[in-house]
Design a protein around this ligand. Structure first.
Ligand code: C2E
Ligand code: CA
Ligand code: CA
Ligand code: CA
Length: 279
């Protein structure tokens, strides 16, 4: 399921997994998709609750397959991770996202940060930082306008390698955020070990706001902790005005979700770049 795929971890430590014929076909399809450029990106805006401004967008990959139709990333990203194809696919996504942001800058739109999801498998690559640098160089995008979203599972990796990679990325001015915060890892010690900028609260904690007293307590605690650690905090999956009001009232820094905007194609994003929050 989607939830299992989220932390990118359950797939590896569970019992032997049976691979369906659809999965085998899709994995074959991914090779072709890469060659034939069947991937495109949609972008979901993220708003700063203090200024009300659109602070950034998150790039979300879409696979439009002639054979299988629209395949959800929740389905094909885990397959790409298992086969290692996520490395070239992820690089292509990074490049497309940076190129798009560069085009928006050149067209004179107010600058926004482009957030790109980075899989644990990509993060493990020794040449990751070189590739990121290369993409920034070739697209001419300042590191300040790039954000990398990694999941908590990264924190379970070799500490020194993680710290070195994150420091190298930070040295380029790139923002680092923890995606799906609260779902992936049992220890919080990584929060003080690594140079991080943003916690993205998983949408499972946002869904039942403000009615669930457990979830309001958890979300308030995450926001308070983020502030004391000098981290910014972004709530994902905001679908209602009530949720938005709660988050604003409790000092959440940024929000993202269908209530503000669904992920959209680049041309649609252009019409709202630089707008302020609809409240
Ligand atoms: P994610 O990184 O947590 O991305 C957010 C997902 O939640 C997106 O689903 C987005 O469309 C959806 N979403 C946003 N706002 C709302 C809301 O208000 N309500 C609900 N119910 N959903 C909302 P999407 O695009 O299907 O992506 C699913 C997952 O696939 C992503 O979760 C991410 O883990 C992975 N993914 C997507 N694009 C990429 C990519 O380029 N690279 C990698 N490595 N993973 C990606
Ligand atoms: Ca899998
Ligand atoms: Ca994400
Ligand atoms: Ca997320």
């Amino acid at each position: 399921t989607k939830e299992l795929g989220k932390n990118g971890y359950s797939f590896y430590d569970s019992n032997v997994r049976t691979i369906s014929s659809r999965e085998m076909q899709l994995e074959q399809g991914l090779h072709k998709a890469l060659e034939q450029d069947e991937f495109l990106l949609h972008y979901q805006p993220r708003f700063d609750l203090h200024s009300g401004r659109m602070a950034g967008v998150e790039a979300l990959v879409r696979w439009h397959s002639p054979e299988y139709g629209m395949v959800s990333p929740a389905e094909f990203i885990p397959l790409a991770e298992e086969s290692g194809l996520i490395v070239p696919i992820g690089e292509l996504i990074l490049r497309k996202a940076c190129e798009q942001n560069r085009r928006w800058i050149d067209a004179g739109y107010p600058p926004v940060r482009m957030a790109v999801n980075l899989s644990l498998v990509q993060f493990r690559q020794a040449h990751l930082v070189d590739r990121i640098e290369q993409v920034l160089r070739e697209t001419g995008l300042p590191g300040e306008l790039l954000e990398l979203e990694i999941t908590e599972s990264v924190a379970s990796q070799n500490e020194r390698a993680v710290a070195e990679r994150l420091q190298a990325v930070k040295a380029r001015g790139i923002t680092v955020s923890i995606d799906d915060f609260g779902t992936g890892y049992s220890s919080l010690s990584y929060l003080r070990q690594y140079p991080l900028d943003v916690l993205k609260i998983d949408r499972s904690f946002i869904r039942n706001l403000p009615h669930s007293s457990d979830d309001t307590a958890i979300v308030q605690a995450i926001i308070a902790m983020a502030h004391s650690l000098h981290l910014s905090v972004c709530a994902e999956g905001v679908e209602t005005k009530e949720q938005l009001d709660f988050l604003r009232e409790h000092g959440c820094s940024e929000v993202q979700g269908y209530y503000l905007s669904k992920p959209k194609a680049a041309e649609e994003i252009e019409t709202i770049l630089g707008t302020t929050i609809a409240s």
